[in-house]
Unconditional design. Sequence first.
Length: 259
Amino acid sequence: GSGSASGSGSASGSGSAVGSGSAGSAADASGSAAASGSVADTSGSAAPGMVRLDSAPGTPPKSIEVASPASLPDTLSLTGSYAGHHAFANDPKAIVGEMDKARAQGAAIKKRLADKESFLASVDHRRSLITADVEADKETLAAVKAHQEAMAARLERIKNEQVARTLAAQQAQVDAAAKQLAGEAATVKSVGSALKDKITSVETANKKFSATETAKMRASMVVGSGSGSTAGSGSAAPAAFVELAALTAATASTGMHER
């Protein structure tokens, strides 16, 4: 019986093992709390193998202890202690004491669980605040990016409009010059048409003069060939011929004298 009581004494040592085991199961909470930005107190105020996590700003100032990532839950000694009690505990007082101890340990674990769950709730609330702020920053960033792209597009549009206005002014100058050249070309064409008409008129007159010249020349060559029916003209023709011959001879002698 006393041997089992000594086993009960070792069970009291396993009480810390219970805390270690439950603390090991809270390691995930430690990880999530650390990921949420909670500050771990490693100043040495926490129990061995545990780290202290302070509450988030804006929440009640209450810290919790969780198992260090480097610590391992002492489940083996805990299992051995419980097995010893179940197998060898025969003293009613020792059994009652062990039950009281287990009841106290359970109450302590429940309290720690409540504290950790409350801490997790505060961490979740803080995470939701940070998430909302992150989403707001993303929306603001998208708006800034859209504004930047809009201003870049506006800059390109204004530059293109300036180029278009410059080209339109140049086109207007070219159109005005083309219109002026077209008017000058029409004037030149009109002058050319008038000259052509004048040339045609002169050529027509020359044809008439050429025909008259030919007719009169032929008429002048019939001197002395008159018939008997034209006696009057037959007597006058030789005189005209003599005058023409004398005039020709005088002109020839005058020209020779001048040379």
